[in-house]
Design a protein around this ligand. Structure first.
Ligand code: CU
Length: 121
């Protein structure tokens, strides 16, 4: 299976499961539907910037890749969000519903690390 096909499938699964249950700690949302107060993270020079965020529950975070190299946002199990590979200019948006610490990486470049700390509203 081609990588692109796999990525689309994984995102489709994540989107489907978020529609099926309202209790997901993290939902994939369309970047074009991100609210004005969404928090932005740039992916640039093989780093997430800022690499740590402190946000309130319910906040949407939008990652945008500015590198020519494709990157993604991967939250390991038990959250298990595998964002699609983002080419230059592409974005991924996640809504964090539940308080907690969410560490993530770029799965092709696991040395790229970030963390989102979500506090109760
Ligand atoms: Cu990467």
């Amino acid at each position: 299976m081609k990588l692109r096909t796999l990525s689309v499938l994984l995102v489709t699964l994540a989107t489907f499961s978020s529609a099926a249950a309202n209790a997901n700690p993290v939902d994939v949302v369309s970047p074009s539907e991100a609210p004005a107060d969404a928090v932005k993270v740039d992916i640039e020079k093989m780093k997430f910037s800022p690499s740590t965020l402190d946000i309130a529950a319910g906040t949407v975070v939008v990652w945008t890749n500015h590198d020519a190299v494709p990157h993604n946002v991967y939250l390991p199990a038990p959250i298990q969000v595998v964002g699609q590979m983002l080419r230059a200019g592409q974005s991924l948006a996640l809504k964090f519903n539940e308080p907690g610490d969410y560490s993530y990486i770029c799965s092709p470049h696991p040395y790229m690390k970030g963390k989102v700390t979500v506090k109760a509203k």
